[in-house]
Ligand binder design. Structure first.
Ligand code: ADP
Ligand code: MG
Length: 244
């Protein structure tokens, strides 16, 4: 579904991403791991059109998307959440998700005024699927951090993506919030067939959910493989897993 080869991006001569490779199969849950500054967020920004690569290929469903605008990438079926929560704090939970749905429909059917009642149904369905329907009327700035992160996933789902990209989806969450978010990711994958690409610091979380893991170090892809092969890799053990 998604394939990156030899992707490179530098900022004022500093190479944040160099020779990054990544393959995401349809239906898979793929994690990118690596220490702070490894280039994970930059890589996601390159995929979703926030940044343009200096070099390399980014192919989604067989077509090049490198250099497309964020808007165009989204329209092709890739939607994302951000490492730092990115929601409209003064709007309600409902309005945040509805806005995503209305803007998607405007993209798709320019000639039609979108029916708000249809968007309402779809909004509530998404809020139900992520477990936020009882908080639909709450103002977002007042939500707990965990709920804000989940809301960001709900907003991304409003774009009806085929590939969902999550930048540290459980960052700053309590253990309880993390397990709720993990359950949600599992359901999105297993019940809704979504393909998920995410990066995360919490190794326990990564190994409990990912089908494939790509390890980044100083902007480069060290290895990509299934959790067993990544866990067994000596370089990975030395760098991240402290020998086990
Ligand atoms: P990660 O998400 O793995 O922690 P990032 O992709 O955020 O890593 O950052 C990779 C490196 O690129 C870091 O050294 C960071 O300081 C640098 N970097 C990221 N974005 C920019 C930018 N817009 N300008 C300059 N340097 C940047
Ligand atoms: Mg990051």
């Amino acid at each position: 579904m998604l394939e990156l080869t030899d992707v490179q991006k530098s900022f004022d001569g500093f190479m944040a991403v160099r020779d990054a490779r990544l393959t995401v199969e349809k239906g898979a849950v793929v994690a990118v791991i690596g220490p702070n500054g490894a280039g994970k967020t930059t890589l996601f920004n390159l995929i979703t059109g926030q940044l343009t690569p200096d070099r390399g290929a980014i192919r989604f469903k067989g077509e090049s998307i490198a250099g497309l605008s964020a808007h165009a990438v989204c329209r092709r079926g890739i939607s994302r959440s951000f490492q730092v929560v990115n929601i409209f704090h003064r709007m309600t939970v409902f309005e945040n998700v509805q806005t995503a749905i209305l803007s998607r429909r405007r993209m798709g059917f320019r000639l039609f005024r979108p029916a708000r009642s249809m968007a309402r149904k779809e909004t509530m369905a998404i809020l139900e699927s992520v477990g936020l329907s009882d908080k639909a009327g709450r103002v977002c700035g007042q939500l707990a951090h965990g709920d804000q992160k989940v809301l960001e996933m709900a907003i991304a789902l409003g774009n009806r993506p085929e590939l969902l990209i999550l930048d540290e989806p459980t960052a700053g969450m309590s253990a309880d919030e993390t397990s709720v978010a993990l359950d949600l990711m599992r359901r999105l994958s297993e019940e809704m067939g979504l393909t998920i690409l995410f990066c995360e610091h919490d190794m326990e979380m990564v190994f409990s959910i990912a089908h494939e893991i790509m390890v980044m170090q100083a902007g480069q892809t060290l290895i990509q493989g299934n959790p067993e092969s990544v866990r067994a890799d000596e370089r990975v053990q030395a760098a991240y897993l402290g020998g086990g």
